[in-house]
Design a protein around this ligand. Structure first.
Ligand code: ARG
Length: 588
């Protein structure tokens, strides 16, 4: 609000002969319990005014009210001058900005950002942790887009390695040719089943070997299944046709399964990276690091980086047998991503169990002098727990993403039917509605919390139509749509109200904040800012709706204005929820 800072600078110049740069005027949002919208702290001027902070506030306030049309009133509480802007001012904002079609979305800033998220392994289906990851990654990408960035959404698939060979070997040995078609199982679940089976059979072999006198450690190494998996990995690396054929087939089953889950989750990617293509890339960087003296070699030939001076430890980047480790691959992939896209910022959405990994990764790249290293950011998030006893997966360990989505649709169905809100809907419409509500509940519940925080997901609470939930906001959206659908939109004659009721003003003020909230959420990589804002808008609308009649308004002008206010509210709710990847139904 430049005009206020300028006016304040003028006021203190004229009243107290202070030469103040408008940039140094410090304005804040007025606290909720006070009247007004903008607050000036008057202490800095008391030296020149030689009056109490209260008196100084009174003088500046009177000056401003006199000189600035948009300032309608003021009050002083101790050293705080609270300023109320006129309804004309807020109505101007409303008509010129809030009602515009592209309101909220910030114009392109010429910056490019990559968001890597999901990044699963192809040996088992997606689980609850992936769900939080996918929802966060997708939402952050949407928010950055709205904030003016060009966004590239990527998925780095871990499609090779010993864990993949384990499911392949188990299938070869025990699968009897079973396929997704023959078994009716989703491909990722089928492969996951063999991964679990490998482990079970492997444990049996270890027990047998231990019973026959081997130590636990020996048994783990000597078990035929483990030897077989390692052999398979070597064959894979050598390009053995049979192994590669099996690998391709089983991975294609997994991808078909992932595609279904991604579709149900409503996420997508612009670019896939596969570790089978990138796992050798880091080798060049190891050489580069040795040349630059950032890495050093130990006697056994292994290559390390020493980060003890930075408070971290020594980290292996190449084994003595010349093979690379997770870190090496990530060094290579980081370079590849940059070469492909030249982005200004590169975000990795990965759980907080990898905090240390990313600290080390970014530090190494900085030490190697990569100009783009300062644009790397680890969007770390906490675990998701479920109330105990809820939804165990088939294997009984982690919660499966597909099961969770089914469960959410079911819960949404029960809630909706209990409230009797389904009359007149076809079966197809109902199924779609339950999906929208169920996913809205899940997404909102996971995204309203700061990503860093561990969270406990409660399916029933998340679907509560009255709570701080996705379905509550979805319901508010549907309610507004229903009001709007009851009148034919009339041409606006241009004349409108000139005075606002408090609920109307509050709503306009809140809507007006949307672009700032988007910017905040983008800066903080934090969808929770949008989630909580959407809730505030829904609440403010409901208050307005209860206090003021829309269709039975006092006069036609007022009715038109309130319809426009409702339309603006519904648009902001829809856009805001869209930034969370949440759809809003027209009716529910
Ligand atoms: N696939 C890995 C895992 O499941 C996550 C990869 C994260 N991304 C990365 N660039 N390291 O743990």
């Amino acid at each position: 609000m430049n005009f206020i800072t300028e006016a304040v600078a003028k006021a203190v110049k004229s009243l107290y002969q202070i030469d103040l740069n408008p940039a140094d005027v410090n304005l804040q949002e007025t606290r909720k319990e006070f009247e007004g919208q903008v607050t000036l702290v008057t202490f800095p001027f008391t030296k020149a005014s030689r009056k109490s902070p209260e008196q100084t506030g009174q003088e500046i306030g009177a000056f401003l009210q006199n000189q600035v049309d948009e300032i309608a009133a003021f009050n002083v509480i101790k050293g705080f001058l609270n300023i109320s802007l006129s309804d004309t001012y807020w109505l101007g904002k409303f008509y010129n900005e809030v009602l515009a079609d592209d309101f909220g979305f910030i114009k392109p800033n010429g910056q490019k950002v990559m968001v890597e998220y999901s990044s699963p392994n192809t040996n088992k289906p997606l689980h609850l942790g992936h769900v939080r990851n996918n929802l966060l990654g997708y939402s952050v990408a949407k928010i950055l887009e709205a904030a003016g960035f060009e966004v590239v959404k990527t998925n780095l698939v871990n499609d090779r390695g010993i864990h993949i060979c384990k499911s392949m070997l188990a299938w070869q040995k025990f699968g009897n040719g079973e396929t997704p078609e023959s078994s009716g199982m989703k491909g990722d679940h089928l492969v996951g089943k063999y991964y679990v089976l490998f482990d079970k059979e492997y444990k049996k072999q270890i027990e047998e070997l231990v019973a026959s006198g081997q130590s636990e450690e020996e048994a783990k190494k000597n078990a035929p299944l483990m030897k077989g998996a390692q052999e398979m990995l070597q064959k894979w690396e050598a390009g053995d046709a049979e192994v590669i054929g099996l690998w391709k087939t089983m991975n294609s089953w997994v991808y078909a399964g992932f595609a279904e889950t991604y579709k149900r989750l409503g996420v997508e990617f612009d670019k896939y990276y596969y570790e089978s293509n990138t796992y050798l890339l880091g080798k060049d960087i190891v050489e580069e690091g040795l040349e630059k003296g950032v890495f050093f070699q130990k006697e056994d030939g292994s290559v390390w980086v020493d980060l003890t001076a930075d408070g971290l430890d020594q980290k292996l980047v190449r084994r003595s047998d010349g093979t690379s480790v997770y870190m090496t691959q990530d060094l290579g992939t980081a370079q590849l991503k940059y070469d492909d896209f030249h982005m200004n910022e590169s975000i990795y959405v990965v759980g907080n169990e990898q905090d240390y990994h990313f600290k080390v990764l970014f530090l190494i790249l900085e030490k190697l002098g990569k100009s783009w290293a300062k644009g790397l950011y680890h969007l770390s998030y906490g675990m998701v727990d479920l109330p105990s006893g809820k939804m165990k997966s088939r294997e009984g360990t982690v919660v499966d993403a597909d099961d969770l989505i089914d469960e959410m649709e079911q819960t949404a169905k029960e809630q909706t039917e209990a409230l009797g809100k389904t009359e007149g809907l076809s079966e197809v419409d109902k199924a779609e509605l339950y999906h929208t509500i169920g996913m809205g509940a899940l997404k909102y519940f996971l995204l309203k919390v700061d990503p860093k925080k561990r969270l406990l997901f409660d399916p029933n609470e998340s679907v509560d139509f009255q709570g701080h939930t996705g379905p509550f906001i979805q319901y508010t959206h549907a309610r507004i749509r229903s009001v709007l659908s009851r009148v034919a939109s009339s041409d606006n004659t241009g004349s409108t109200v000139s005075k606002l009721f408090p609920e109307e003003r509050d709503l306009i003020l809140l809507l007006n904040q949307f672009p700032d909230i988007i910017e905040q959420a983008a800066k903080g990589h934090n969808p929770a800012a949008i989630a909580n804002y959407a809730y505030e808008v829904a609440k403010a609308f409901n208050k307005f709706y209860h206090e003021r009649s829309i269709l039975q308004a006092e006069d036609e002008q007022t009715k038109q204005f309130r319809l426009q206010l409702s339309a603006a509210s519904v648009n902001v709710i829809k856009k805001g929820m869209g930034l969370l990847g949440i759809e809003v139904p027209e009716r529910m």
